[in-house]
Design a protein around this ligand. Structure first.
Ligand code: UDP
Length: 336
């Protein structure tokens, strides 16, 4: 092992001790802090007594998501685009890289920014982690499996991705992000974690982000028909945000550098999902089948195999879909 790698391992071991004993507050950098997951992560780390620097360029994030943290002395927001050089004064213990457009509509609207934040942004955040001796956690995605040919998806499945399809900008950026994360781990001894995040929902999703949960809930609350793309037979597995954040926190704490799927394995067709949303909102309008431009490359099935998360993190989701949707519907009620 190189001196750098050795040093990284020692630091990782001591960091782990500190984390386990819960003695010292950590100083944590969260990129994408004003986004859906980033803002929930800020809350979680602050609740655990850590200091958080939240960074976001706000192209898809929204400061409303972190407005409640204004005045919190343990939190600081920095408006910055992480595809440019990142300067953080003082020590850092953890870097969580969550900056990226993450909904198909967002990454189709910002294709070059999506490629840049996954590549240059991951390079810069890894550079910060290396310089500070911080542990690094990458927000990767089930999209790295593309339109999968095995089902459910295990972490050793290399994926089926069309580089030049509409989703390629996100999928390939995240695949590059995983590759450079492992390169920094192997070459520089940076202590890294890779979370492959499957469809997640909950409060603070943007009503207009185009994803199926805000689309359907928004339409249902307005009494409209739900727009089911294609024939609705494509499947997804939805994880409530609190379960996901718990999985991420455990992954950060664990001594494990290989990718880990984090998501809810309970799978259903999009048509079944639409019917559930209509039932929970008492929406009599039904559904309308629509062609969507994105349909080309729309993965037909998606379900995480969470055996690894279960074994390594002793984690599994706890919130079932109706309960999670009720909380999400409550959140969107004030916003439609
Ligand atoms: N979808 C739909 N109607 C909508 C939005 C999405 O039927 O109004 C479908 C979409 O075609 C996909 C699934 O719901 O099969 C999940 O889409 P989403 O945009 O939430 O994320 P994805 O899982 O495709 O990244």
């Amino acid at each position: 092992m190189s001196a750098a790698a050795n040093c990284g391992t020692l630091r990782a071991a001591s960091l782990l001790l500190i984390l386990r004993d819960g003695i010292d507050p950590m100083r944590v950098l969260i990129t994408g802090a004003a986004g859906f997951l980033g803002s929930h992560l800020c809350d979680r780390f602050l609740a655990e007594g850590h200091d958080v620097i939240g960074m976001d360029n706000l192209i898809t994030g929204n400061t409303d998501n972190i407005a409640h943290l204004a005045g919190n002395r343990a939190f600081r927001f920095v408006h910055h685009d992480v595809t440019n050089y990142i300067y953080v004064e003082g020590p850092l213990d953890v870097v969580l890289h969550f900056a990226s457009p993450a909904s198909p509509i967002d990454y189709l609207n910002f294709p070059i920014q999506t490629l840049k934040v996954g590549s240059l942004g991951t390079h810069n955040t890894l550079g910060v982690a290396k310089a500070k001796g911080a542990r690094f956690l990458l927000a990767s995605t089930s999209e790295i499996y593309g339109d999968p040919l095995i089902h459910p998806q295990r972490e050793d499945y290399p994926g089926n991705v069309n580089t030049i399809g509409p989703r390629g900008v996100y999928d390939e950026a995240k695949r590059f992000a995983e590759a450079i994360t492992m390169a920094y781990h192997r070459t520089h001894g940076v202590d890294t974690r890779i979370a492959r995040i499957f469809n997640t929902y909950g409060p603070r999703m943007r009503l207009d982000d185009g994803r199926v949960v805000p689309n359907f809930v928004g339409q249902a609350l307005r009494g409209e028909r739900l727009t089911v793309y294609g024939d609705g037979s494509q499947t997804r597995s939805f994880c409530y945000v609190s379960d996901l954040i718990e999985g991420l926190y455990r992954l950060l704490m664990a001594d494990f550098d290989q990718p880990v799927n984090i998501g809810n394995p309970s799978e259903m067709s999009i048509l079944q999902f639409a019917e559930l949303v209509n039932r929970l909102t008492d929406n009599p309008a039904g559904v309308i089948f629509k062609e969507d431009l994105r349909i080309q490359g729309d993965p037909q099935t998606r379900q995480p195999d969470i055996t690894r998360a279960n074994r390594v993190l002793n984690w599994e989701p706890r919130v079932d879909l109706p309960a999670g949707l009720e909380m999400t519907i409550e959140y969107f009620k004030d916003r439609v």
